[in-house]
Design a protein around this ligand. Structure first.
Ligand SMILES: *Cc1c(COP(=O)(O)O)cnc(C)c1O
Length: 427
């Protein structure tokens, strides 16, 4: 037996699982080459931005207190702006998560009486409370900002007529979510986002187009700001942090939009000038430098999971053969037992907390119990191998991350193994 197979068997993976996985992996050679080429392109993009901005050791010493004149923070923000071909960026540890970054970008650029539009259907669960779709203290709705939504058509295409009906003189900002999140609609490619933005601007030239870019960074050669987005927003404990960023979020885009966001994040009058980097600059630079490679590993994991679970007869979104625009793989597991077993497998494969069993709980911001598996170096980091899913039919698991392809693969093998042990597979 191959030493590698022996190693997997020592970890408890059944011979049948290994043999099936071997077939699947062999069939993905071409796909993986394509993913590597995108990573290579993005690696050069990141490298060029760092060189252009003359990143140097002096940028790695952080600031404390007010954080005035933090050279490293300013260079990091300019590097982000350049990677996104944008004018300006806010990249801060003080942005606590992706939801916070989105809430800041929205609240900063909307005023009472304005209307916010989602032309791509229901936004990510936590945004419902930010917007006030679900009653919530401090929502945009409480500040007199209204919300309109045009759902995607049955086939996932944009409903241009419905979008046009939503647009009026009050429509100030459109929020476009790139990744499917917890929905079963397709993830939007940057090209499709570009088409949507062109349509929105043709109907209302001054509409601000904001893209929720969570999980999408570096999955393609272009980012939404390359096709007309005024702002792109995301979390540093997803793709662009490269697994190293311990916290933080970013907002990148048009100068005036970012300036508004800075005044909202800190204070009117202070804006970008304050915000100590607390010794995190070096880590945020290094994580960004690794991000294209780490993202590629995560995409390989997603494609591999899709192919393997498809072979096992489960409905998967996107299908194995589909092009990828984010790192999320959804699998309909069909029962709470299977969802729990899958998550137990991911947890058992983790480098941290591998000995615990994930249980469903009522997570803040989500409207049904959620089960989450994550044995991460950074708490809650979903660029690290993680799986989660709301406890509601069809018991879909959303699988993502893996700091290396090898670890993503191991996690997927463990998930299949747990399903096998619970007699939830027929092979
Ligand atoms: C993760 C995510 C968010 C929210 O980010 P948090 O960091 O969990 O607050 C928003 N939108 C999408 C599409 C996401 O994937």
């Amino acid at each position: 037996m191959e030493p590698l197979d022996q190693m997997y068997q020592n970890l408890g993976i059944d011979r049948r699982v290994l043999s099936l996985a071997g077939e699947v992996e062999a069939s993905l050679k071409e796909r993986f080459l394509e993913i590597d080429r995108t990573a290579e392109y993005n690696q050069l993009k990141v490298l060029s931005a760092m060189q252009k901005n003359r990143v140097a050791e002096a940028h790695f010493s952080g600031s404390t207190g007010y954080g005035y004149n933090d050279m490293g923070r300013e260079a990091l923000e300019q590097v982000y702006a350049d990677i996104f071909h944008a004018q300006s960026a806010l990249v801060r540890p003080q942005i606590t998560c992706g939801t916070h970054a989105l809430a800041v970008a929205l609240a900063a650029n909307l005023r009472p009486g304005d209307q916010l539009l989602s032309p791509v259907g229901k936004p990510y669960d936590t945004l419902e409370e930010v917007i006030g779709i679900r009653e919530s203290k401090g929502s945009l709705k409480e500040y007199g900002i209204t919300y309109a939504q045009a759902d995607l058509k049955e086939d996932g295409s944009f409903d241009y007529e419905a979008i046009e009906r939503c647009i009026n003189e009050k429509t100030k900002l459109a929020t476009i979510q790139r990744s499917k999140g917890y929905a079963s609609r397709p993830t939007l490619s940057v090209a499709r986002i570009g088409e949507l933005i062109a349509f929105l601007k043709s109907k209302k030239p001054d509409i601000i187009c904001m893209v929720d870019n969570c999980y999408g960074e570096f999955t393609e050669e272009l980012e939404p700001t390359d096709v007309g987005a005024d702002m792109c927003v995301g979390s540093l404990i997803k793709n662009p942090g490269g697994g190293l960023a311990p916290c933080g979020g970013y907002i990148v885009g048009r100068e005036d939009c970012i300036e508004q966001a800075a005044y909202r994040l800190s204070s009117p009058g202070l804006g970008k000038e304050v915000g100590a980097s607390l010794g995190l600059n070096q880590t945020l630079f290094q994580g960004l430098f690794l991000a294209p490679t780490v993202t590629a590993g995560a995409i390989k994991g997603a494609v591999f999971a899709a192919a393997l679970y498809e072979k096992l007869g489960f409905p998967v979104y996107p299908p194995a053969a589909a092009k990828r625009y984010d790192i999320i793989q959804a699998v309909d597991l069909g029962s709470p037992e299977a969802l729990k077993a899958f998550c137990a497998g991911i947890q058992a494969a983790a480098p941290v907390d591998s000995f615990v069993t994930p249980e469903p709980w009522a997570m803040p911001g989500y409207d049904s119990d959620v089960i989450m598996a994550a044995g991460a170096f950074i708490q809650g980091s979903s660029i690290e191998l993680s799986a989660d899913g709301p406890l509601r039919p069809p018991y879909t698991v959303f699988f993502q991350g893996g700091l290396t392809w090898y670890h993503a693969k191991t996690g997927i093998l463990f998930s299949v193994q747990k399903l096998l042990e619970k007699n939830l597979l027929s092979f």
